[in-house]
Design a protein around this ligand. Structure first.
Ligand code: SAH
Length: 243
């Protein structure tokens, strides 16, 4: 092989690898954008539809649930705190014989982090700990749970169904813990008053964080879904910006 050929080959190789690098990063950027659009689409779907429709969507396409959670974890990493960590710390301080229900548990991190028995509920079971079902209608027994948790999971246009289900499964004086994105609330007092009509009394709130609201309610009485005095429960969807 003469020097020229050798050199020319080197130039070609160098150019090819530069081009490959450029192509790869373009492909990577495209993939990242596609993933992010898919996450935003799924997130919007979850907020703007009834849960039975979201359940159907994920049943038909479980891959999209995984895509949603990859996007969700990316989002969590941008927050100064993960509200789930605050919930985990609170549960750790509770009696060890408490039975917890984590409604919209995601990957069931709570169940892995505490000693108490946790029923982890989500639309899709990403692992063995999770029971796949719509939290509007769970298989949990009536009056069987000490604490129901909604951590960033009040999604869907039928929020009242979730609160009614929480009321059904909770024991008398059971605790309902909610962590939600602050910007979803038009007026926190309207939300608290609405929950009172579902048999819940506010016992603690922390509204001091920039991004999240934390609230604890106590179950005062059992509510029948036919009760006439139930207020509408409405929160704005939490839509993420295109990046
Ligand atoms: N609580 C977890 C996950 C939050 S993401 C955490 O803090 O890390 C919100 C989760 O709520 C998603 O996994 C979504 O699938 C779930 N979810 C939303 N609506 C639901 C429903 N109707 N039934 C069960 N899970 C639901």
């Amino acid at each position: 092989m003469n020097k020229d050929t050798d050199n020319s080959n080197k130039t070609v190789n160098k150019n090819t690898s530069k081009k490959a690098q450029k192509d790869l990063s373009l492909r990577e950027r495209m993939m990242a954008q596609l993933q992010s659009s898919r996450f935003r689409f799924l997130n919007e779907t979850l907020y703007n539809n009834e849960s039975r429709q979201s359940l159907k969507l994920f049943k038909e396409d479980p891959e999209s649930f995984k895509a949603y959670h990859v996007g969700y974890q990316n989002q969590v990493e941008r927050w100064p705190l993960n509200p789930l960590d605050s919930i985990i710390n609170a549960v750790k301080k509770m009696p060890k014989d408490y039975i917890i229900a984590d409604f919209g548990c995601g990957e069931a991190k709570l169940a892995c982090s505490v000693e108490q028995k946790v029923h982890s509920i989500d639309l899709v079971a990403v692992n063995d700990r999770v029971t796949a079902c719509d939290m509007a209608h769970t298989p949990l027994l009536t009056d069987s749970i000490n604490v129901v948790i909604f951590c960033l999971s009040l999604m869907g246009s039928n929020l009242a169904d979730y609160i009614l289900e929480a009321n059904r499964v909770l024991k008398q004086k059971g605790i309902l813990k909610i962590a939600e994105v602050e910007s979803r609330f038009d007026d926190i007092n309207t939300f608290i008053k609405a929950l009172e009509t579902y048999g819940f009394e506010i016992i603690w709130k922390d509204l001091s964080h920039n991004l999240f609201y934390f609230m604890d309610f106590k179950k005062k009485h059992t509510i029948n879904r036919m009760d006439k005095h139930l207020d509408e429960i409405k929160l704005k969807p939490c839509l993420y910006k295109k990046r």
